[in-house]
Design a protein around this ligand. Sequence first.
Ligand SMILES: [Zn+2]
Ligand SMILES: [Zn+2]
Length: 394
Amino acid sequence: MIKEKIQELSKSIFNDVVGNRRHLHANPELSFNEHNTQAFVSQQLDALGIPYEKMANTGLVALIKGSKPSDKVVALRADMDALPITEANDVPYKSTNVGVMHACGHDVHTSSLLGTAKILTELKNDFGGTVKFIFQPAEEKLPGGASLMIKEGVLENPKPQAVLGQHVMPLIDAGKVGFRSGKYMASTDEIYVTVKGKGGHGAQPQQNVDPVIITAHILVALQQVVSRMAQPSIPSVLSFGKVIANGATNVIPNEVYLEGTFRTMDEVWRKEAHKKMKKMAEGIAESMGGSCDFNIMHGYPFLINEPRLTAATRSHAEDYLGKENVLDLDIWMAAEDFAYYTQVADSCFYRLGTRNEERGIISSVHTPTFDVEEKALEVSTGLMAYLALKELGN
Ligand SMILES: [Zn+2]
Ligand SMILES: [Zn+2]
């Protein structure tokens, strides 16, 4: 019964949801600067008569309480920020804020959650329990809007028994969704290293301390941390994408600068790996007569989908979309600040398919040609409403 009602409502609001998505897409804002986005979401909530509070400067939290008696609470989360990318798509809703683009689909998440709020407002008399709507800023930038919202108490008063989040995925066809129980996404730390030596003429290496060679040794040796020291059961990735040794064919520079990323899925190992990498790099530099400043900037923790909640939610998604439209996901070594919710509350982060190969909608997130098949917006709104009501015991 409730399922059919939700499916009908998600169809009837579809055009409005697409309109909202296009409005947000055309007006993207960078992390921690989502002022107009926040104003837009508050107008929409006002129009629906849903009470809300502003949080974390540019975020909001809203509540809808069903009329039937129940103390249960479920939270639904959307992120609202865009990326510093210039959009290359030629579409009517192209970004009008040049250099800023919704290239991670957070416009979809925000407009979908507003759609879910609309559906649940219509169904207020049909369910028991409270649904908390989290519109958070700054998923794309450390320290992450999620961590600020949690610090400001978004998971208190009332405290949700479960937090659900969805994210677009251009690898999955629109109409389908994907789940993974347990560890799903990685912690991420940024590594900044300066290897110091003593520069000079390339013809007289005996008079110099060559930081380029020291760096070469460090780069190769550090891979030992992920290939030999990490437990094989704990996924670990170490990549250096920036190595600058700005000498010349015959000039040995004074120093080499490196930037990299370390990703894993275990907090104890994460700390241990940091120590090992630092010790190894410093030891190698020292043994070769140089030195090394090894700095790690801590990013998001790993993301874990609570098994009971994920199994239940996955099976509710099968009810709603049909078994053939619910897929299993592999682990994904990218990071996501939804991880903060998963570290403190039972949570489930699932993927919303947005691909349409025939229409050429295949670009990855974080690229200038990223777009979504908007048919996915019918799934995203209704499915989340259904998952919330099921988790509340309706
Ligand atoms: Zn992103
Ligand atoms: Zn994202």
